[in-house]
Each structure stands twice: as structure tokens, then as C-alpha cells.
Design a protein around this ligand. Structure first.
Ligand SMILES: [Zn+2]
Ligand SMILES: [Zn+2]
Length: 336
């Protein structure tokens, strides 16, 4: 075995070595697995490991995480310097996250990706939301929401792959049992887009034809324009294709579904997924508004002081630029 630990190999208990910990990066967020950190501290025979084990970690769930910035408050400087943090960006393909090896064996994925997979599966693969009545829709939402309030997943950033498979099966069984007609009924296929592409009107017609307006009465007016603009921006070819229509339809349904459940929007927000998923998020909006107000206040104060030196004029200019740059949908604003 080489001297650099590979994460695919389970370390023998009681083995010694340097403290190496993965520093996960997901968008603007940086965090470590608490258990992996503790194991690394023990492996390196760090003095604080025992204390950490009994006082910090005792009642923590196995997959608990710490924000990287928090660690600076929790560990002393010497310990922080002794630990080698290995940058580990979380990577994704279009509909999937790349599995992350768990240091004690098996794999994990971010809980936010489990939610997105479940939604993708419900919306695009099984097309369950076509022409659904309000009471059935509530049940479907309930089934999805319940997954994320169980003890194994609640407030956690990661889920074990074994748990993921179990939850997916669970959702499927529940859909079959609780909304059997929505699950089994014949589904409309998305039409094949011609060589000339499709327009906003075509997307709106498709929402209507697939019975999605019956499920979500406001889906056309609330989401179709925004989603169409986004689809135009993201398209990979000259014209919009069938796969773009699929994406646009999924996005409209995802917005409509999530807008019913602020808990899920909050969950995505605290996972730092808002800008990546093009979420319309009330928390990001509030954070941006608060920041705007703050900057405006600073600007007023600076202007009110009646500056006559270049340095202060520069400050005013910087603040004005800052103000112009605040984007209500930007995640970085919310993080500050
Ligand atoms: Zn709700
Ligand atoms: Zn947000």
C-alpha cells in the first residue's frame, strides 16, 4: 500500500499516520465529515482527539458535517495546522452526482442530490404529475417530503448509498400503494421537437397537453416564461431540441412542486444549491434585499458627510458598484 491513504480502502482500526481529511466543496460551501475528522485525529494521535470524541461527537449522527469555517473556532490553531485538508469538489453529471467513497467503507451522496433524483424520477421518468387532482398531489408531495424528515436524513448533508436505494424503493412502494391510479395510468409522451426548434408558446401548449396545467393551475403564468428564457440560455445547439423540451418541462414542474413546500426550498437553500438549481428562493431574495438596504444606508451616510477628498469619492463609487452587483438570485450574497 502506498503512503497516501486511498479513500477506497478502510483503514485498520488503531493504525497510525498523518491526519488527512477531505474538505468537500459544493458551490460556495466547504465542509468536512465529522467522523472522518475524528478518525484522522485519532490516527495522528492528536492530543485533542479524546476530548473531541467524548465532548463534541458523542451524540452526533454518523454522517454529521462541520462547516470549514466553524472548525477554526472548534479546533486550536496547532491542530488545524497539523491536519492536511484535501480539497474534494463534489462533481455531478447532468442528472447524477458522482458517488463519494465513505472513509469507513461504502459510498455516500449529498442529500440534496437524493432529493433531486427523487424529483427527477417522479416528474420525468414516471411522469406521475400529469393530470393529477389536488388531493392526490398532496399525497405525492407528502411521500417525497417525508423522506427528508426521517431521522436518518434530517438535517444531514450526506446520505449513505445503501440508504438511498432503500429510500428510492420506499418512495416507489408508497406511490404504488397510496396513489395507484396516478402511478399506473397511461402517460402522455413529450412530443418530438422538429428541426425548427420550439417557442415559448410550444412549451405552454405542451404543459397544457400533458395535463400539467390541471395539476398545477398556475404553472404557465408563474414559470413558463422564466423557464423558457433559461432553456434558451442553456441550449447546446443552434435550436431548441426535444431534450431541451424535457428539461424545460421538468423545471416548470419542479418549481411548481417546490413552491408548495417551503421546507424543501429551505432544505435546498441550506444545502447551497439555489443558484446551481436556478431556484426561486425566498431566503436568497431576503438576503439580497437586506444586503442592498445595508449598502444603500452606507452610501447615504458617505454622501451625507459631503466629501471633498478623492478617497471618500472612491468609497462612494465602490459602494455604488457593490449595490449594482447585488443579484437577488445569487447564492454568494446569501452566504455572506
Ligand atoms: Zn409543506
Ligand atoms: Zn436560497
Amino acid at each position: 500500500m502506498n503512503d497516501y491513504p486511498t479513500w477506497f480502502v478502510q483503514e485498520a482500526p488503531g493504525s497510525h499516520g498523518p491526519a488527512i481529511v477531505r474538505l468537500f466543496e459544493d458551490g460556495a460551501q466547504k465542509f468536512v465529515l465529522a467522523r472522518e475528522l475524528l478518525d484522522a485525529m485519532e490516527r495522528a494521535q492528536m492530543m485533542s482527539a479524546e476530548l473531541w470524541k467524548t465532548e463534541v461527537m458523542e451524540n452526533m449522527p454518523e454522517l454529521a458535517t462541520f462547516d470549514f469555517m466553524e472548525l477554526f473556532k472548534m479546533l486550536d490553531k496547532k491542530d488545524m495546522q497539523e491536519i492536511e485538508f484535501v480539497r474534494t469538489p463534489i462533481r455531478r453529471t447532468k442528472h447524477r452526482v458522482i458517488f463519494i467513497p465513505y472513509h469507513a467503507g461504502g459510498y455516500i451522496i449529498p442529500a440534496v442530490d437524493l432529493l433531486m433524483e427523487l424529483i427527477h424520477d417522479t416528474i420525468s421518468v414516471r411522469k406521475i404529475l400529469q393530470d393529477v387532482t389536488e388531493d392526490k398531489l398532496s399525497i405525492i408531495c407528502d411521500i417525497l417530503l417525508n423522506c427528508f424528515t426521517t431521522e436518518e436524513v434530517k438535517d444531514l448533508r450526506f446520505v449513505k448509498l445503501t440508504q438511498v436505494e432503500k429510500m428510492k424503493k420506499d418512495v416507489l412502494t408508497q406511490l404504488q400503494e397510496r396513489v395507484p391510479d396516478a402511478f399506473l395510468k397511461h402517460k402522455q409522451e413529450v412530443y418530438r421537437v422538429g428541426l425548427q426548434g420550439f417557442t415559448l408558446k410550444d412549451l405552454q401548449n405542451e404543459l397544457e397537453r400533458l395535463g400539467l396545467v390541471k395539476t398545477f393551475p398556475f404553472i404557465v403564468e408563474d414559470y413558463s416564461e422564466f423557464v423558457f428564457e433559461w432553456t434558451e440560455l442553456e441550449k447546446k445547439e443552434e435550436v431548441l431540441r426535444t431534450c431541451d423540451m424535457h428539461d424545460a418541462l421538468e423545471l416548470c414542474q419542479r418549481y411548481a412542486l417546490l413552491s408548495r413546500h417551503m421546507e424543501l426550498v429551505d432544505f435546498l437553500h441550506y444545502s447551497g444549491a439555489c443558484s446551481r438549481l436556478k431556484m426561486k428562493c425566498h431566503r436568497c431574495r431576503d438576503a439580497a434585499a437586506a444586503k442592498k438596504e445595508q449598502t444603500e444606508k452606507e452610501l447615504e451616510e458617505k454622501k451625507g458627510e459631503g466629501s471633498n477628498c478623492q478617497k471618500e469619492d472612491d468609497q462612494v463609487e465602490t459602494l455604488e458598484k457593490k449595490l449594482a452587483a447585488i443579484d437577488p438570485n445569487s447564492e454568494t450574497v446569501a452566504e455572506t
